[in-house]
Design a protein around this ligand. Sequence first.
Ligand code: AMP
Length: 406
Amino acid sequence: MTLIAIVNCGSSSIKFRALDLDTRENVVDALVEGIGDSIGAGTGKLRLRFPANPEVADIDIAEPVSDTAHGMEMLFRETLATGVLERHGGLACVGHRVVHGGEDFTEPTLITDAVLEAIRRLIPLAPLHNPGNIEGIRAAMEVAPGIPQVAVFDTAFHQTIPPHAYRYALPNVLYEDHKVRRFGFHGTSHGYVSRTAAAYLGIPVEDFNAIVLHLGNGASVTAIRGGQSVDTSMGLTPLEGLMMGTRSGDIDPALPLFLERNRGLSVEDYDTMLNRESGLKGICGDNDMRAIEERMEAGDESAKLAFDMFAYRARKYLGAYMAVLGRVDAVVFTAGIGENSPAVREAICSGLDPLGITLDAGRNAGRGGPKEISTAGSRTKVLVIPTEEELEIAVQAQHCIEQAGA
Ligand code: AMP
């Protein structure tokens, strides 16, 4: 039994899972929401489930949660009281999802004070994410002293991107002083999905060229050569690239100047608009692709425009990365939309037969995977590979502590 906890800490929520790596059983599935919500009592919520131990009753507690430390303390207290952790051999380590590892972190890293300090120094690059991640790490160290804690970075997989792809055509001083460059995100997913796709096709990962489309509420595309990331659509922040649920993706960089001059938008207004009010939602009011497809089928034109824009932009990146790679063994779809929407996959890949991509309508139908959805004759295979970010964080965290002898 090897029980690994995975912590994904946002500014107002904690997602916590404990997986038994030997059986892949989900031992604890927990969510704390409403952290630091000052609107009133009763807004905090702790939800605990124990899928591998159905005899243990679910726990739901509605109680104000003052901060991350308090949320983590509640979560551990309730979990420990059930005895499930001991039943599965106790926690071997905790893997933390950390959004930004900058140029400092190219692999999962055992957390020390120096590592925490380095993650703190990266806050200017990820002001919305790294502070919550740091609080989560601190809180976990408090409630689980003596258990190794590992940081697994969203950016790490993309540290193989070469300078001509990661640099922006801006004055050097911005890179030298502020590390303004493309970092890329969803790295855990792109890494896992590309390795799984290579294994599915029986191609050694070091020979594998692929384009991975991670299409969820956040969305990004990665070009993979020889198993390594060589370009990706997200940039300095997760805003660049594809159109997403509520994020704009690529826009004309002169837009901030235009809006400041013509609408007097503040930095905060602009940030909110691009991150929360744009993308699918900005075009049709919905950011859920299921709802958009239903509305489209009922003849709704703004839903159709949102759908068409989403697919068109993904298709443009697909074409660009085919040119980057030259030889492409596989195009791989993953995440909520990529795994579950045959209509989006069809819209992205249709008519690409001259480029060696031919979908099989029958195989493309239906949700889930892993599966091959291209025709037998398609030069480039098209696959659906479900992403498993939490499992991958657990595997990497375990590998890291083995290497470190922790
Ligand atoms: P994720 O961020 O990976 O959880 O993906 C969330 C997105 O997946 C949302 O836009 C959902 O609407 C979308 N999604 C989930 N299931 C389906 C489905 N059956 N058809 C279309 N989109 C789906």
